[in-house]
Structures are given as C-alpha cells and as structure tokens.
Design a binder for this molecule. Structure first.
Ligand code: DX5
Ligand code: ZN
Length: 229
C-alpha cells in the first residue's frame, strides 16, 4: 500500500492545527526542519514538533535539513517524532551511523536522505539499519518546485541496493510529487510519497490525498503485473 505524507511546509503556519486536521486521512505528517545553513531557508524546529504532537495521532515524519543533525536527533525524538530523517550530506564521517543509532536508542524509526546530485550509494554503510530511505526529487529548501525528471531511476536503484544487503527499508520520495509524478515513482518502488503543494496547497486536501494514492497504487499494480508477466 502506498502511503502519503503531506508536507506542512505548504500549510498556513498561523492555522497549523486546522491544516493538520485537514490532512487527517493521510498516513504521516511530514515536517520539514530547515536551519538556513544546510538549505537556503529556515522553517520550524523542536517546539513546533512538540505542539504538532499534541494535535494529531498520525505518525510524525520529521525531515531534518540541518547541518550536523547528530546534535539534535534526540531532542526531535523527545518532542514526539516517530521517524527522523537525516541527510547524508550533512553528516560527515561516522555521524550518519551515530545519528541512526541515536534515533533508534530514542525509540524512533531512522531514515537517511540524499539530495538529487548525491548518489544513493553513499547510504550503503547504514542501509541495513535504516527503516526508510528518502530520495529527494528536488533540491531541498522549498515547496512548489518541479519534480526532477529521472528521479524515479534513483528510486529503482535504491530498491536494488537495499535488496543487495538483504534490507527492505521503506522508500520515500520528496519534491514535486502530485497526481502526474506519483505514478512514476510508485512504479519504480516508492512506498511513501511526500506531497507539499499538491496536498497542503490544494483546496480539498483530503481529495488530493485520495487522488494521489489512487494514481500511485494503479501504477504500482501495473508495474508489478508487468514484472510477473
Ligand atoms: C523541500 C521539502 C519538501 C517540500 C515538498 O525541501 O523537503 O518536503 O515541502 O513540497 P512539494 O511537494 O511542493 O515539492
Ligand atoms: Zn521534506
């Protein structure tokens, strides 16, 4: 089953509770944390995650776009994150391994992400430990950008890499995902689709979630059927 994780970066932060209520049929709430260093934008942090935790039972999928995330992963787990994603580019040396260990020790699920120009192979040292891999299909920093063509090939490569080490992390894709692009990544093996503008920016977010899910599941089923044939 394909899961949808609406990104609240496209929400109205003055009415965040209302906008989270509007996506209650989603599978996760995707929370984009940006520090103005790793990406050229600043969004929200630990206190906002703690406040969101109080208004929804959906799992919080916290995407850390911050330098040296190892410094903060425990605090995000304590604030109520269910999944914490760190970027490989932001975690030099053994920091990626350390961050994954710390997230697990805090009782949350650990994910790692790569930007569009970073080969997914950099995740090989932690692949077997990961609960999820996040493939960025835009340069991180802003909602509303266009899907980078060919990102679905990286999704397929991630499936192969994970299989090669006997791992089966969920594969999440983030950036420019909507009814047109969801089928591409779903057919390639994506399990979780982050949708910012396509869902939180829609007039009817619940309808948008249903449309994206339906389009993705149809493409996934067709891809599986053609493999079996
Ligand atoms: C971008 C963020 C995304 C963003 C997605 O850096 O990680 O989660 O909100 O927005 P859309 O779906 O509009 O590309
Ligand atoms: Zn994100």
């Amino acid at each position: 089953m394909i899961k949808v994780a609406p990104s609240i970066l496209s929400a109205d932060f003055a009415h965040l509770g209302r906008d989270i209520e509007a996506i209650s049929t989603a599978d996760y709430v995707h929370v984009d944390v940006m520090d103005g260093m790793f990406v050229p934008n600043i969004s929200i942090g630990i206190p906002v995650v703690a406040s969101i935790r109080k208004v929804t039972d959906l799992p919080l999928d916290v995407h850390l776009m911050i330098t040296k995330p190892v410094r903060y992963v425990e605090q995000f787990c304590d604030a109520g994150a269910d999944i914490v994603t760190v970027h490989a580019e932001a975690a030099a040396g053994y920091q990626l391994e350390r961050a994954v260990e710390m997230i697990h020790a805090a009782g949350a699920k650990a994910a790692a992400s790569v930007k569009p120009h970073t080969p997914v192979e950099v995740l090989a040292p932690v692949m077997a430990q990961l609960d999820m891999v996040l493939i960025m299909s835009v340069e991180p920093g802003f909602s509303g950008q266009s899907y980078i063509e060919g990102s679905e090939r990286k999704v397929a490569r991630t499936v192969e890499l994970a299989r090669a080490v006997g791992a089966a992390p969920l594969i999440e894709v983030d950036g420019g995902i909507g009814v047109k692009t969801a089928p591409l990544v779903a057919a390639a093996g994506a399990d979780v689709l982050v949708c910012g503008s396509a869902v939180c920016g829609a007039d009817d977010p619940a309808a948008a979630i249903a449309q994206v899910t339906q389009a993705a599941e149809a493409a996934r089923a067709a891809a599986l059927a053609s493999k079996e044939a």
